[in-house]
Write a protein that binds this ligand. Structure first.
Ligand code: NAD
Length: 306
């Protein structure tokens, strides 16, 4: 199978490295220092136990360097680049080629489906985590199952994708319920990410009565919307689940915190702000998510002055 990863930062590089053990993988990313380091010295992947391995993978900052006939394109840009990444991926696909997104937040699947067609789109969520340590160097920050689901009942079988992922050591489960997957992860991210970025603490430090009060309100607002949309969540007690994730990822810095610290744009629009937008459409109040979103936007807007 020929696989192109569009957006080869932390997660794209991580998945690319694992899939390169069983497939032909091409990494596409405009970050030239990273691309050059991978081509010149190989991609270094460091595991949580500090062991590391080097992977020889072709990387390109110009997608025209990748030959057409790609069977699977995986979009791993930040969500605000999804449409652009899908436009890069589409002309590279073989006749039966598919596009997969494992990005966080609401709306990525819809953006890709608008460009490539729903029948060619697959979406899902992953419990793997990664951070980019520097050009050509990624850290594997956590492991867990990956769930994938077709965007439409007309999407051809995705069993072969599951098989390739499994062979690469990526535990993969096919689901038919995309909304459950996406909203299950969205609610966790909505509870943790923005608050961690605002008060600038790792996930475990959010477990204080003061922070929990805010997290619980953000989570309950999101759950009200999921309920109004008849979306079944993958857990019974959402706020308990959020606290459980904080415990399990005690020392991790949420990606939104990492973005705020390095002055990068966050994914607030597809997380808390997306909940606010859905709330407006449905006539459901989401004051906590609105306030968290406004503060993150204010932080983004004042980065250069700090
Ligand atoms: P990242 O910033 O490390 O990587 C994104 C990469 O996309 C960058 O290298 C950037 O140069 C590249 N890019 C930007 N515009 C592009 C374009 N037009 N075409 C191709 N590449 C482009 O981000 P990440 O942490 O790998 O996250 C990617 C997505 O995965 C996000 O939606 C994130 O929420 C999600 N996610 C991240 C984790 C994690 O642990 N990091 C876990 C699960 C899901």
């Amino acid at each position: 199978m020929r696989i192109a990863i569009v957006g080869a930062g932390a997660m794209g590089s991580l998945f690319g490295s694992m899939l390169s053990m069983v497939s032909d993988v091409y990494l596409i990313d405009p970050y030239e220092d990273h691309v050059n380091a991978i081509n010149e010295k190989g991609l270094i992947v460091e595991q949580e136990d500090k062991t590391s391995a080097k992977f020889r993978i072709f990387a390109a900052s110009d997608p025209f360097q990748v030959k057409q006939g790609i069977d699977l394109a995986i979009i791993f840009t930040k969500s605000y680049m999804t449409a652009q990444a899908a436009k890069t991926a589409l002309p590279l696909l073989s006749e039966k080629g598919l596009i997969l997104t494992l990005q966080n937040g609401l709306g990525n699947m819809e953006l890709i489906a608008d460009i490539a067609g729903k029948q060619r789109t697959i979406a899902g969520v992953t419990s793997h985590g990664g951070t980019l340590a520097g050009p050509g160097h990624v850290r594997h920050a956590g492991k867990g199952p990956t769930y994938i689901a077709p965007a439409s009942s007309n999407t051809p079988s995705i069993n072969h994708i599951k098989d390739i992922f499994q062979a690469a050591g990526i535990e993969t489960i096919i689901s038919q319920n995309l909304d459950t997957l996406i909203w299950g992860k969205l609610i966790i991210n909505a509870g943790i990410n923005a608050l961690a970025a605002i008060i600038r603490v790792p996930n475990g430090t959010l477990l204080t009565p003061e922070s929990e009060k805010i997290m619980e309100q953000a989570v309950n607002e999101a759950v009200n919307i999921a309920n109004a949309l008849n979306i079944e969540l993958p857990y019974d007690k959402p706020f308990e689940q959020v606290k459980e994730v904080c415990k399990k990822t005690f020392a991790n810095k949420a990606s939104m915190l990492q973005d705020i610290l390095r002055g990068a744009r966050t994914e607030i629009d597809v997380i808390n702000q997306a909940i606010v937008k859905k709330g407006r459409e449905l006539g459901i109040d989401t004051p906590c998510n609105a306030f968290l979103s406004d503060i993150i936007k204010a932080l983004e807007a004042t980065w250069e002055n700090r």
